[in-house]
Design a protein around this ligand. Structure first.
Ligand code: FES
Length: 116
């Protein structure tokens, strides 16, 4: 299991914010953050289909819709809709007393395993 670094990305005011899909850069890594009701999701930044910015898309019934060709990704599993044959990376999120955190794998995790 990779070591997870939990990073605070918003303070508690975000809990009252309207739902959104927005991009964010944390420690040099770009992410797409989605608020859907009381749930938060963090995904990869670019669409695996043709590289659109997923943060320019929208959320519908806990699916992230890419703005370019409207491919859909399940925000709970990362799987693309049937027939797409693709998926997006998801990162854990956690609401704590002082705000919203996202968990990112320790930098260099793959390098350590595969000795690049
Ligand atoms: S680039 Fe996202 S659906 Fe085509």
């Amino acid at each position: 299991m990779p070591k997870i670094n939990w990073i605070k990305i918003f303070d508690t005011k975000i809990l009252q914010a309207a739902d959104f899909v927005r991009g964010l850069e944390i420690s040099g890594k770009r992410l797409c953050i989605v608020k859907d009701g009381e749930k938060f999701f963090a995904t990869q930044f670019y669409c695996p289909h043709a590289g659109a910015v997923l943060a320019d898309g929208w959320c519908k019934e806990q699916r992230l819709i890419c703005p370019y060709h409207r491919y859909e990704y399940d925000l709970k599993t990362g799987r693309g809709a049937p027939g797409q044959g693709d998926y997006i990376d998801l990162y854990p999120t956690e609401v704590r007393e002082d705000g919203l955190y996202v968990g990112l794998p320790e930098p260099g995790f793959l390098k350590k395993i595969f000795r690049f």
